[in-house]
Design a protein around this ligand. Structure first.
Ligand code: ADP
Ligand code: MG
Ligand code: ZN
Length: 474
């Protein structure tokens, strides 16, 4: 039988706030264990949470970026369970009235586009981190109470690759929106992967199996590449799948069962009594909506359309937004935006990397790149000389035209001068000249090279070719 996978992802993202969700402790990574803590995030008795407004704003902003409805009446709930990294013994989250609902993400997939519906994006808090040493265990509560957003997708994903692309698209959007740095190394994005299989064409979903706590996108893809065939094989052998939770063992590259899934009622959700429901005003939402940015995909498509760039250049300008903004600053005046993109991507970016200079600290005006392109297009200097001129412009801030002038780098297009160089080259190299006359075309390139040398690279190469041929034939 032919089976199809069905995948839904629950993605947890740490929000980019200065302080934690319910207290003033720093939301920072890498501090010594248990130094960013206070009675609130340690769950000591008698304390009260105060919601971090920026986290509420970032969640609403995410809703807008993901085409969700932002709720005018959201609330917080307690999700009760015991785990050593969670000192309150409950997590504050949003259960039945989340901040945002019913959105979608569009992304490039294969040769076309894919769209995944978003069930909800809600706000909750992160937990601490357990460490297991040789004979003891420890808990670091620095992460406890860090604002965490959970983005739940509908089961619209149909392959491991699609899940991977969706996660990357989601990450790009969140980074663009300034919602999260999404630094995977720092564990800022983690996801639970829900996957089932069903006979192709059937409506009902198969038993949902959840792979918990994945911390890399490639891990998600690999786990799915293992889990999907495992489920199909189980069914084909006549076995049954039941709703359960598994973990991914990255070293053995297998998933293994942890437990059969708890149900919602096990958590004894109830409204958080220490927090008011959150009812944003129209003015508050208006303020948040001002922070909506152009999405990465829209930017890519716009760069391709408005500046006739190939997809790869446009993608470079999406990933390196600052470089893209710089490009846009000159592209509007450029006669040939593609040439400007080449200079920015191939030359400027390389110089920035090699010198360690920041884009904001350039010594020259952006217009210098256009000037350089004009110098090449008009035949004033060769592409090769242009590279040297750019290096000098980059180092000194001098305008390209000035450098060309000062160093007399202008291409020699004066036929008289070129004729002289050609005559000299032919005289000095009778062998190659004879070869050319005998029909060896390659000899012409050699002679051309000699002329270029004599002119110190300044002769107009096209003209040199013409004059040489004329002289050799004549
Ligand atoms: P729970 O209440 O157990 O968290 P949900 O219904 O909220 O389950 O779904 C959690 C995630 O699992 C969502 O991303 C959803 O799209 C996905 N999902 C639900 N049912 C299935 C299924 N049968 N197969 C694959 N994914 C599923
Ligand atoms: Mg869930
Ligand atoms: Zn605290």
């Amino acid at each position: 039988m032919d089976y199809e996978p069905v995948i839904g992802l629950e993605t947890h993202v740490q929000l980019k706030t200065k302080s934690k969700m319910w207290c003033g402790c720093a939301n920072a990574f890498g501090a010594p264990p248990n130094t960013n803590v206070c009675p609130v995030c340690l769950g000591l008795p008698g304390v009260l949470p105060v919601a971090n407004e920026e986290a509420l704003r970032l969640t609403a902003l995410t809703g807008l970026l993901l085409n969700c409805t932002v709720s005018r009446h959201a609330k917080f709930d307690r999700k009760n369970y015991f785990y050593p990294d969670m000192p309150k013994n409950y997590q504050i989250t949003q259960y039945d009235k989340p901040s945002t609902m019913n959105g979608s993400v569009e992304f490039e997939f294969g040769a076309g586009m894919a769209r995944v519906r978003i069930t909800r994006a809600h706000l909750e808090e992160d937990v601490g981190k357990n460490f297991h040493f040789d004979r003891t265990s420890g808990v670091d509560f620095n992460r406890a109470g860090v604002p965490l957003m959970e983005i739940v997708s509908e089961p619209d994903l149909t392959s491991a690759d699609m899940a991977y692309e969706y996660l990357n698209a989601l990450k790009d959007i969140l980074v663009y929106g300034g919602v999260s740095d999404c630094d995977m190394e720092k564990g800022m994005v983690r996801c639970d992967v829900n996957v089932s299989v069903r006979p192709r064409g059937r409506k009902e979903l198969g038993a949902k199996i959840e792979i918990k706590n994945m911390n890399s996108f490639s891990g998600v893809r690999r786990a799915l590449e293992y889990e999907i065939p495992r489920q199909i094989e189980t069914l084909e052998k006549g076995g049954k799948l039941i709703q359960s939770t598994r973990r991914w063992d990255d070293v053995a590259a297998v998933t293994e069962e942890m437990r059969t899934k708890e149900h919602a009622h096990d958590y004894r959700y109830f409204p958080e009594p220490d927090l008011m429901p959150f009812q944003p005003t129209a003015a508050w939402l208006q303020e948040v909506s001002r922070r909506v940015v152009e999405l990465p995909l829209a930017r890519k498509q716009r760069f391709m359309r408005d500046y006739q760039l190939p997809a790869s250049d446009a993608q470079t300008f999406v990933w390196d937004a600052a470089l893209g903004n710089y490009f846009e600053g000159i592209a509007k005046q450029a006669k040939n935006p593609k040439a400007a993109a080449n200079w920015v991507i191939n030359n400027l970016r390389a110089k920035l990397a090699e010198s360690g200079v920041a884009l904001g600290d350039l010594k020259f005006q952006p217009g210098a790149i256009l000037e350089l392109i004009e110098l090449v297009d008009s035949g004033k200097i060769s592409g090769k000389i242009a590279q040297d001129v750019f290096a000098e412009t980059f180092a000194t801030g001098d305008a390209p035209a000035r450098i060309v002038e000062k160093k007399s780098l202008a291409q020699v297009s004066d036929t008289g001068a070129i004729e002289k160089f050609c005559e000299q080259a032919i005289m000095a190299n009778p062998g190659p000249a004879a070869d050319y006359r005998a029909g060896k075309m390659a000899a012409l390139n050699f002679l051309k090279g000699q002329v270029m040398k004599l002119s110190k690279g300044k002769a107009n190469p096209a003209l040199v070719g013409e004059v040489l041929e004329r002289k050799l034939k004549g």
